[in-house]
Ligand binder design. Structure first.
Ligand SMILES: [Fe+2]
Length: 564
């Protein structure tokens, strides 16, 4: 296989990330055989890790492989020795073999695994899909092999590392995770929820205490660092998390905030969330200024888990430090393999990446009209074929029905962008609670809007087209917010998707038809899944979730299904 990008900008292979997308595309869309693949890129390079971290990584990889749902044979005799020497790449190779077996394909004799430095994979994902030739790139993360935050200057595909902050010295991601733990959430789900909780809080002792452990500086040394004793810590190759759990304990000495996240808001919970969010915003802004001074570039591309903090990126947008911002939509580690593959293609395999701005991420599996019809017939639900004329769907939404929406290829990354969505009337204030309730989410969590691209100026303060729901904007004023209360958070912000017809025709048409009925070119859009479940994937998933959830109707690739 000589290309990872075809002319429409689709990418086709990656491992340890969006596994289902990679394997589906390989087999069903491209007809690529495993023997045709030149290399498999991995978004960590364990050779850069401390030896005990390497061993831990190899151990985790072996456990993940054994526990995974694929057709895994028992570990080989040699496996324990690979754990002892920390040979993570052995497990990467093993995993690739099992992926190939699970596709019922023959395993080729030589599988080439190429590890890429973790922050470089994030940087490559941001740079190659930004459309920029030269730019600043910021990769802000929990941790990679050793680092948490790296600043790059990239020109013509050459990545120059300007500064790299070790994870024990300046990890915004780990700090955020530790504060999330205090609120009773785990590392994965916590940060996103705290970002939504923060606007209910205010400046308090927690922010002041948190700031006392932080040093922000303009010098050529690190732009910032966290300190427990006032001195600059030395870089450590292990125990990345320790300084942040100590800081979290010093700020809030109790094991957990005594609250029920589904009950009343708790003052400590909201003020802790406010504090860690404000520190994140302060640091991202400072990092951006520092980066501009040190690279001279006027465009910035971002990736890494912290790049999913749309509130911090909002500050960057309104600051005008850079003329243009691109955030890779799958900015966390699920998108790292994409960057790894792009980097390997250009820097190891002699290819040349096309430079274009990523406009959509409908890159996952899709199902034929025939398959959809069969699943609907088997469900015995009342369905009518309406094709692409989605006026009837808009009519139901305008009448107050909560509608699930399923069509085409699933989205890459954490957001539903009109192919696996739930839509509702944004003018119905009570739907904020209703929709959160259906999805089993805490009542205070915000819901996002999808709007016609040409209407963005009618709603938002100084917006730019943004297709991926990873950047927030302020609504223009409180009156506009009151018109669409379901999609306006308490700080008058939203994380919108701007929709153009050439990218998703029926999705645009349903919003347009809603506008014709209710006067608002904007609908509420949240991911189509039930409480504690992943985004629906197959037509069968969609029918099941639709039937179990409190939805009124579903548009499913041309079919309108009603419960009543
Ligand atoms: Fe990462």
């Amino acid at each position: 296989m000589s290309e990872i990008l075809n002319t429409s900008g689709e990418f086709y292979f990656a491992i340890f990330g969006e596994y289902s997308i990679a394997t589906y595309n390989l087999k069903n869309r491209l007809g690529v055989k495993p023997a045709d693949i030149d290399a498999f890129a991995v978004n960590f390079d364990p050779r850069n890790m401390a030896s005990n971290a390497r061993i831990l990584f190899a151990l985790r990889a072996s456990i993940n492989i054994l526990w995974s749902r694929y057709n895994i044979p028992p570990p080989r005799f040699k496996t324990p020795s690979h754990i002892i020497i920390g040979d993570y790449l052995f497990f990467a190779r093993l995993f690739v073999k099992h992926v190939i077996i699970s596709l019922n394909e023959e395993v080729p004799p030589n599988i080439k695994i190429i590890p890429v430095y973790h922050h470089l994979t994030h940087a490559a994902s941001a740079y190659y899909f930004s459309g920029y030739n030269s730019s600043t790139v910021l990769t802000v993360d929990g941790y990679g092999e050793l680092e948490s935050t790296v600043l790059w200057k990239v020109r013509n595909g050459e990545f120059e590392q300007i500064i790299s902050i070790p994870a024990n010295i300046g990890s915004i991601g780990l700090l955020y995770e530790e504060i999330s733990t205090k609120l009773g959430y785990d590392n994965m789900e916590g940060p996103g929820k705290l970002m939504g909780l923060a606007p209910y809080g205010k400046n308090s002792q927690y922010y002041e205490k948190l700031k006392s452990f932080l040093r922000i500086q303009d010098s050529d040394d690190y732009p910032y660092y966290f300190t427990l004793d006032g001195t600059k810590p030395k870089a450590s190759k292990t125990n990345f998390r320790e300084p942040y759990s100590k800081i979290a304990n010093l700020i809030y000495p109790h094991p957990k905030v005594p609250w029920n996240p589904r009950g009343d808001l708790h003052l400590d919970a909201v003020n802790l969330a406010w504090a860690v969010q404000k520190v994140t915003e302060d640091l991202v802004l400072h990092l951006a200024k520092w980066a501009k001074d040190h690279t001279g570039e006027n465009k910035v591309a971002l990736a890494g888990g912290v790049a999913l903090n749309g509130k911090a990126s909002k500050g960057l947008h309104y600051s005008k430090i850079f003329n243009d911002i691109f955030i890779f939509p799958s900015a966390n580690d699920s998108g790292g393999p994409v960057g790894a593959a792009a980097y390997v293609y250009e820097h190891f395999l002699g290819g040349k990446m096309q430079h274009g701005r990523l406009k959509d991420v409908y890159l996952g599996p899709e199902y034929s009209d025939e398959e959809i019809k069969k699943v609907i017939e088997r469900s015995k639900l009342k369905a009518e074929y309406i094709g692409d004329d989605v006026n009837a769907v808009a009519d139901l939404v305008a009448k107050g029905e909560i509608v699930t929406w399923y069509q085409g290829r699933a989205e890459l990354g954490p957001r539903a962008l009109g192919n696996r969505s739930i839509i509702a009337d944004p003018t119905r204030k009570d739907y904020w609670n209703t929709v959160n309730d259906i999805k089993g989410r805490e009542w205070w969590r915000p819901l996002a809007p999808s709007l016609l691209e040409e209407n963005e100026d009618d709603y938002f303060k100084d917006p730019v087209p943004h297709e991926f729901m990873v950047l927030m904007f302020y609504y223009k004023d409180e009156d506009i917010c009151k018109r669409v209360p379901v999609t306006c958070h308490v700080d008058l912000t939203a994380r919108p998707q701007t929709v153009s017809r050439d990218i998703n025709r029926t999705w645009y048409d349903v919003i347009k038809a809603f506008k014709d009925l209710k006067g608002e070119g904007l609908v509420m859009n949240t991911s189509f899944n039930l409480a504690g479940e992943p985004l629906v994937e197959t037509p069968k998933d969609a029918i099941r979730s639709f039937s179990l959830g409190g939805f009124d109707a579903m548009y499913m690739q041309g079919w309108l299904i009603k419960k009543k």
